[in-house]
Design a protein around this ligand. Structure first.
Ligand code: 15L
Length: 274
């Protein structure tokens, strides 16, 4: 990117979703145009907003129709949890491809992709992992996020798009269980992280953990410090409250960063997951 980066139009896919609705509010008025797409209702367009309802990412033409004049896409749409392959495939693989490809065809310069900690969920919590670790998905959902990160690499290297992949932890108004003392990301830290990925003047490709400034954080973002992500919230503020609750975490969830998706359909050998 040689010319000065000054994004005027930002598109959020999945803008009616949990993260999308918070981001819509958080970015209000920040860019000349905030375009919002989803297959779910998005309500009335506020000033500066452009709405694309029934914009199904499973359909390349419908996705292409949302990209006109867009500088940066924040791609949040997709199945947000472990699910059947029949649902993950069209939404998280075909849909993700359609978003990158439609963006490329429209000359979009930057894509911010909502990846997930589940792309590396089978690493053990006993250790810290950094942004360079090999993929280690804990679910079909996690595999779909590894695939999205790989697509991001491809579009960065082959087509010169700037791509950021956010390995989002537990996006909640406040942490819900003991695992989230490590993995929680607050609403305002999420908006701040995405803003950094949209606004940073120049990068090629980056994978970054979406996690708050938690005392017990085990995801090391030090290699991507240049991005300027400075989270402020800390799950530890809720520790007493969380320790007072019953710990119901599954024994096969407990050793791993990914938690609850790890025991699902498990038929492996725990001793071999080093
Ligand atoms: C995610 O990626 C999911 O979207 C969410 O449902 C949670 O499972 C979260 O990660 C988490 O790991 O807590």
């Amino acid at each position: 990117m040689s010319e000065l980066w000054n994004p005027k139009k930002v598109l959020i896919t999945g803008a009616a979703g949990t993260i999308g609705s918070v981001l819509r509010e958080g970015l209000k008025g920040k860019y000349e145009t905030l375009a919002l797409s989803d297959i779910k209702p998005l309500g009335e367009a506020a000033p500066g907003e452009e709405i694309f309802e029934n914009a199904d990412i499973r359909d390349l033409d419908a996705t292409a129709a949302t990209m006109e004049g867009v500088d940066c896409v924040v791609h949040l749409a997709g199945i947000p949890v472990e699910d059947e392959w029949e649902k993950i495939l069209p939404m998280n693989l075909i849909g993700c491809y359609n978003v990158f490809e439609a963006a490329r065809r429209a000359g979009v310069k930057r894509v911010v992709f909502a990846s997930s900690n589940h792309a590396v969920g089978y690493y053990r919590r006993a250790g810290v992992i950094d942004t360079d670790v090999q993929p280690r998905p804990d679910s079909r959902y996690g595999v779909s996020k590894v695939y999205g990160e790989a697509l991001g690499r491809l579009y960065a290297d082959k087509h010169g798009m700037a791509v950021s992949c956010l390995r989002i932890g537990s996006f909640q108004p406040k942490p819900q269980d003991l695992r989230q003392l490590m993995t929680w990301i607050s609403h305002s830290d999420t908006v701040h992280l995405i803003e950094r990925c949209i606004d940073h003047p120049d990068y090629h490709f980056v994978a970054v953990y979406g996690v708050s400034n938690n005392t017990r954080n085990k995801w090391d973002n030090s290699k991507v410090d240049w991005l300027g992500y400075r989270p402020r919230d800390n799950a530890e503020d809720y520790a007493v409250e969380l320790y007072a609750k019953e710990d119901t975490e599954h024994p096969i969830a407990k050793p791993f960063h990914g938690g609850m998706f790890c025991p699902m359909e498990f038929s492996g050998d725990l001793n071999k997951i080093d």
